[in-house]
Design a protein around this ligand. Structure first.
Ligand code: DOR
Ligand code: ZN
Length: 332
């Protein structure tokens, strides 16, 4: 029997490729090559660049850069701080959705003023999702406004039982709401911080074992897995300044295949969370020629020196995984 398995190319709905502005960390070329190495054939890139994607002009500049440099399929998010609402009208057909930061993270684009949050939800007159970075109680706030204005909501990187419960409860009420988890929240906890030091800093922070167990216990109800690939250089991560985020494009699929090997999820979950649901939620069709072939039993060790990401490191370095990517096809 053929030991290789073919899966539809993965769609990673949450990456930060840092281009333009911080291409010493990553750019569309290095980031998309890392994506392909990880079996990911489509990436959706976040707007919190040094010059945030808050205007049609900046969006068009970035679209051009991505079109020139990307080795895989891509989509871009628009961003808002509540001051650029007049730009919405001109960008609906150029983006995959709107990203709103309700909690602190890289780039200082957090919206805290409730009036502004309300105005954002009221003004996004588009069926494409509003994706929120909403930690703890902030998730409730986003759900409230999405419900009030009948917007499609996607909650990024759910990491605690409290956040997941809020989403699952809203789902039960029939709202168009979805969520994602990251591999680092599924495979690392706050116990890893002593070992990882600065490399373990990320938003939302690595959570407790109890929270992690809760995510695994509800894996069937979680819509997507997304890397939140957030590259910073090793020098930055080892400095006294706090840089939040970790690369993840190349380890996402091997980690999930390892979870299948261990009986914690099945291959259908991988397809559902990285392909079918992303297409459903973001209402698009990936080219069916985008294929990844894997050897699900192949055992190998994650080594920084083998990574394609410009950042050059992984929080999973030294970990032995089961499941290697053997071939990737992408139709550009
Ligand atoms: O740790 C994080 N880093 N979390 C985010 O939400 C953003 C990301 C980044 O852009 O560095
Ligand atoms: Zn992110």
């Amino acid at each position: 029997m053929n030991k290789y398995i073919k899966l539809p190319g993965l769609i990673d709905i949450h990456v930060h490729l840092r281009d333009p502005g911080q291409t010493h960390k990553e750019d569309f070329h290095s980031g998309s090559v890392a994506a392909l190495a990880g079996g990911i054939t489509t990436v959706f890139d976040m707007p919190n660049n040094l010059k945030p994607v808050f205007t049609k002009h900046v969006l068009e500049e970035k679209l051009e850069i991505a079109a020139q440099k990307s080795a895989c399929n891509f989509g871009l998010y628009f961003g808002t701080n509540g001051e650029n609402i007049s730009e919405f009208e001109g960008i609906y057909d150029k983006v995959v959705g709107l990203k709103v930061y309700l909690s602190e993270t890289t780039g200082k684009y957090t919206v805290t003023d409730e009036e502004k949050i309300q105005k954002i939800f009221a003004s996004w007159i588009c069926p494409k999702p509003i994706v929120v970075h909403a930690e703890g109680k902030k998730a409730d706030l986003a759900i409230k406004y999405a419900r009030d204005f009948k917007r499609k909501l996607h909650v990024a990187h759910v990491s605690t039982a409290e956040e997941l419960d809020q989403v699952l409860e809203a789902k039960k009420s029939g709202m168009p709401i979805s969520c994602e988890v990251t591999p680092h929240h599924l495979f690392l906890t706050d116990k890893d911080l002593d070992r990882l030091k600065g490399y373990g800093l990320v938003k939302p922070p690595l959570a407790t074992r109890k929270d992690q167990d809760y995510l695994w216990a509800h894996i069937n109800e979680i819509d997507c897995v997304a890397s939140d690939h957030a590259p910073h250089t090793m020098e930055e991560k080892e400095s006294d300044t706090k840089y939040f985020g970790m690369p993840g494009l190349e380890t996402l699929l091997p980690l999930l295949l390892t979870a299948v090997h261990e009986g914690r999820m099945c291959m259908d979950d991988i397809v559902r969370m990285t392909n079918t649901n992303p297409q459903r939620i973001f209402d698009f069709k990936q080219n069916e020629g985008n294929i990844v072939e894997v050897d699900p039993e192949f055992e190998f060790e994650i080594k920084n020196e083998n990574l394609k990401t410009k950042s050059g490191w992984s929080p999973f370095e030294g970990k032995t995984l089961n499941g290697k990517i053997t071939n990737v096809q992408v139709k550009l």
